[in-house]
Design a protein around this ligand. Structure first.
Ligand code: HGY
Ligand code: MN
Ligand code: MN
Length: 431
């Protein structure tokens, strides 16, 4: 496979920023909401429409495409040594119910722009280059978890009253629940994975630098909390004879806030959704279902938060004569990034004259799951006002372009770093 560009031309290669930002607008219009936000829930028609467009764009950029049994859409740009482990980048196209156009989508489209830039300059890396659109990052993370062999295989684990069961949802995007484990990649099958993402927080903007050098990704634990009391007549039931599930739930919410604000630490704790029943004006709430999301860079601190909350919930249940159940629903381990990839990204920023700031990711990402499979790195660009998971999420076209250039040159350098060894080249050439 001949290379048209020489090393000097490759060193000065730039992505097409206008094309990248145009694709962001095009995909951002899929699931557009009247308030300017986006709703592109995993497995929805909007998700399928966006994935279909991406697949077409991938193939036009010289990639072969597949959808694995976990529903991951994988574009593969050929390398000069096709049988060596691939370099990979990617993110997600699914969104929370009221999102911006950047969370996840930006990393996918910047990866596409990198391949488009290589393809139109007839440049091929030594390694194959994979662009992965992970399935359902926002709720189950089934795409990356299955790829890493971490997905619970009981479909009931993912059950939720607001969402369709996972097996038919996966089928809707080309996956196959019955053969889920076929999507698992073996350690060593990838040379490295780098994800580019908007920070979704205020640190980079405050630091004034366009590029974030992610140092690690927080651990995250999600739970459902069910509070069971006794529904009863709001008029005839004396206050001292009530088992009011909402009064108990209110105390649980304050207990969650207490573990989130303890010791002025960096941990966070959130009750993001709540459903009470029967939810009528003249009946004492009999049941409350809530969700809990806690995060920190330290597993020890997360363990302590859960232990403290369980103690508090036992006391609240006793005092309110209710029953409170904490059901684990998702667990992501805190992971550091690969130090060589981190320093490669820093060097690329320096060579491109882009100020950079080291920071942890306080959001979860598929990258932290991929870290169990291969060397992992993450690059951030700023989120204006630190806003994300809201319609006012915004990152400037300039920052989007700068981030994509850093991704391009990071992958070019990692291609050399994870060089194809003589034995591998000899073995491959002999095929
Ligand atoms: O929850 C998260 O951190 C990610 O946006 N799914
Ligand atoms: Mn995301
Ligand atoms: Mn998100």
């Amino acid at each position: 496979m001949t290379q048209q560009c020489n090393s000097t031309e490759i060193a000065s290669l730039q992505v097409n920023g206008d094309r990248l930002n145009d694709t962001l607008k095009t995909i951002g219009a899929i699931g557009a909401l009247p308030n300017g936000g986006v709703r592109r829930l995993a497995f929805s028609l909007e998700d399928i429409q966006a994935r279909t467009i991406l697949q077409t764009w991938m193939e036009a950029a010289g990639m072969t495409t597949t959808i694995d049994t976990a529903g991951n859409l994988i574009g593969r740009y050929p390398g000069r040594f096709p049988h060596t482990p691939a370099l990979a980048t990617g993110s997600h196209l699914d969104t929370v119910p009221n999102a911006g156009i950047y969370d996840g989508t930006y990393g996918v489209l910047a990866g596409l722009e990198v391949v488009r830039t290589l393809h139109e300059n007839n440049i091929h890396l030594d390694h194959p280059l994979e662009l992965i659109v992970f399935a359902d990052e926002e709720r189950t993370m089934i795409g990356s978890k299955a790829m890493a062999g971490q997905a619970p295989l009981d479909p009931d684990y993912y059950a939720h009253p607001h969402y369709a069961p996972l097996p038919p949802s996966l089928a809707a995007i080309g996956g196959d629940w019955e053969r889920l484990t076929a999507s698992q990649r073996q350690p060593g099958s990838l040379a490295a994975f780098v994800e580019l993402h908007v920070e979704q927080g205020p640190v980079l903007e405050a630091a004034g630098g366009p590029i974030g050098l992610v140092t690690g990704i927080v651990g995250q634990r999600r739970y459902s909390i069910t509070v069971a009391g006794q529904a009863s007549h709001a008029g005839t039931t004396p206050m001292d004879m009530r088992q009011d599930a909402l009064v108990a739930a209110a105390q649980v919410i304050l207990a969650v806030n207490k573990i989130g604000t303890a010791d002025n630490g960096d941990q966070v704790a959130t009750v993001g959704s709540m459903k009470l029943s029967p939810n009528v004006v003249n009946t004492i709430p009999g049941q409350v279902e809530m969700t809990l999301d806690i995060r920190d860079l330290s597993n020890d601190r997360l363990d302590q938060m859960v232990a403290t909350l369980e103690q508090d919930m036992a006391a609240i249940a006793q005092a309110t004569q209710t029953r409170i159940h904490l059901q684990p629903k998702l667990r992501n381990e805190p992971v550091p990034v690969n130090s060589h990839i981190h320093s490669t990204i820093a060097q690329v920023c320096e060579d491109l004259g882009l100020p950079s700031t080291a920071l942890p990711s306080r959001a979860s990402h598929d990258a932290q799951i991929m870290a169990s499979l291969t060397d992992m790195g993450m690059i951030f660009v700023p989120s204006d006002d630190g806003i994300s998971h809201a319609e006012t999420e915004y990152t400037s076209p300039e920052h989007c372009t700068q981030g994509a250039n850093v991704l391009l040159h990071t992958l070019l350098r990692l291609d050399h770093h994870y060089g194809c060894t003589e034995e591998v080249v000899a073995a491959v050439s002999a095929i």
